[in-house]
Design a protein around this ligand. Structure first.
Ligand SMILES: [Cu+2]
Length: 495
């Protein structure tokens, strides 16, 4: 305490800097007394906040920086859906309900075990919030005061970190560092004001390796109090994660470091993912978050060029909004992209790591491509009823043939689509853009207008353009070997 003044100045300078990036100016807080008096309906014309304030204009007034503490009540009145913001859509998920108590938005998260379905055919005992994996999206408005109760119904201690939120240190949720961990049966209370807007996340910060691998994660979206960009019509939230669930088991493996076999958007693997539906002409935002245990995901959308409008919850000025069609969302990051839905169709959107669009049984098979089973099939079928070698010409058959799979497992890939079998799985979904939509329910498969669908070429057509008919004999074969003995096939894989 030898130099309190200097310390105070440092703190003030730090908050000034932060404020100039993203904070609400306290000059706008006309509401303190109104809320306290129970009026709560007064509303000043908000001036532009984050992203719209002149960069580099520093506020030196302590009035503008004081009070980012637990007891601070100088918040705006609670932002209202439909009025202050267009609510987000969490495909396959939900938004956490809240109530308003004396001007504070009050939420309740319950951490608990959940019997979760990843896709039809695969369930596992995961950990989630309020009966779902992942937790419901928390949605609020810049300037809102929030109080979030967290009840621990897990068999071990937990704690919740508000990832990306600028909260007082004691609200940051790192067990042991910021607070005591929440014991089984206890309910803790977090309370803070949201001084920023953007796409953020929440997750366990206690036994992280286990609890994040088991699914204790969720998205936290804060809308701007005043518009921070063009109004969007569809605002989607997608959380990426990855799991190791051994075939035949019903629990994720929390110690897995590299070999994940279930890849998910919002806790679901394709074909369990709901499509993202938009009307022709809608402005669409997709907010990506990644709290996978280990891996980064380059998320790719077909048929569009989007702009990256937000990084880790900070809105980018228009001049910095990178165009693209693939955005790398590293572990711990959020990214938001926006585009106009001006290209009707069914558009794949997926992680571009090929093993992240496979389902459970596609990751560790022996390499049989180019192998001719020869007599081995017959020999093996004497030992194993129904034995048939598969995968000699590629792996796509494995899903399509509908071969029987072990109980509680999802096969290598995919699902039937309009034009045949879609041999994609995992972190894969479909953006469906349609003209003349009357609702945002799944409109079914896209009807391709005449002349816009790839089709079988006739020899006549080919000859017209190239002067000869195409040579179509398969060009593999160079190294074909007759593996007469099934042992050789297994030796390839070292098993
Ligand atoms: Cu990925």
């Amino acid at each position: 305490m030898s130099c309190p003044a200097a310390g105070g100045e440092l703190e003030s300078a730090r908050f000034s800097q932060i404020k100039n990036k993203s904070m609400i100016s306290r000059r706008n807080f006309f509401f303190k007394t109104a809320v306290a008096a129970g009026v709560g309906v007064l509303r000043a014309a908000p001036r532009p906040l984050q992203g719209a304030e002149p960069i580099g204009q520093r506020s030196e007034s302590p009035e503008n920086i004081r009070g980012n503490t637990q007891t601070d009540r100088q918040a705006y009145p609670p932002g209202e859906p439909g009025k202050d913001y267009t609510p987000v859509i969490t495909p396959n998920g939900s938004t956490l309900p809240y109530k308003v108590v004396a001007g504070v938005k009050v939420f309740h998260l319950i951490a608990e075990e959940v019997d979760h379905e990843f896709a039809p055919g695969l369930r596992a005992y995961c950990w989630g919030f309020n009966g779902q994996v992942h937790g419901p999206t928390i949605e609020a408005v810049e300037g809102d005061r929030v109080r979030i109760y967290v009840t621990n119904k897990l068999p071990e201690n937990t704690s919740i970190h508000w990832h990306g939120l600028l909260v007082p240190s004691g609200m940051d949720g790192v067990a042991g560092l910021s607070q005591k961990s929440i014991k089984p049966g206890e309910t803790y209370k977090y309370e803070f004001t949201l001084w920023q807007h953007g796409t953020h996340m929440y997750h366990s910060h206690c036994d992280d390796m286990t609890q994040i691998a088991f699914g204790l994660i969720g998205m936290f979206v804060i809308h701007p109090r005043a518009p921070a960009g063009p109004k969007v019509d569809r605002d989607f939230v997608l959380m990426s994660s990855e799991w190791r669930i051994d075939v035949g088991t019903r629990r994720p493996v929390p110690t897995e470091m590299t070999d994940f076999n279930v890849l998910t958007f919002n806790g679901r693997a394709f074909p369990g993912t709901d499509p993202l539906v938009a009307k022709y002409g809608d402005r669409v935002r997709i907010r990506f978050g990644n709290l996978s245990p280990m891996e980064h995901h380059p998320i790719h959308l077909h048929g569009y060029s989007w702009k990256i409008t937000e990084m880790d919850g900070s809105r980018l000025p228009e001049s910095a909004q990178q165009p693209g069609n693939t955005v790398l969302v590293a572990v711990g990051q959020t990214r938001a992209v926006e585009f106009i839905a001006d290209n009707p169709g069914d558009w794949a959107m997926h992680c571009h790591m090929t093993h992240h669009t496979m389902n459970q049984m596609g990751h560790n098979g022996p390499n049989l491509i180019g192998v001719r089973p020869g007599s081995s099939d017959k020999k093996a079928s004497k030992l194993v009823a129904g034995y048939m070698l598969m995968g000699e010409s590629g792996q796509a058959d494995m899903g399509e043939m509908g071969m029987p799979v072990p109980r509680n497992s999802i096969p290598m890939v995919g699902a039937p689509g309009k034009h045949g079998y879609i041999d994609m799985g995992g972190m894969f979904t479909v953006v469906k853009v349609r003209e003349n939509l009357t609702s945002y329910d799944d409109p079914g498969w896209y009807e391709n207008p005449p002349g816009t669908l790839a089709s079988l070429a006739s020899n006549d057509e080919f000859e017209r353009d190239f002067g000869q008919i195409p040579e179509t004999k398969p060009t593999e074969n160079k190294m074909k070997t007759d593996y007469g003995n099934i042992d050789h096939v297994h030796m390839q894989n070292g098993s």
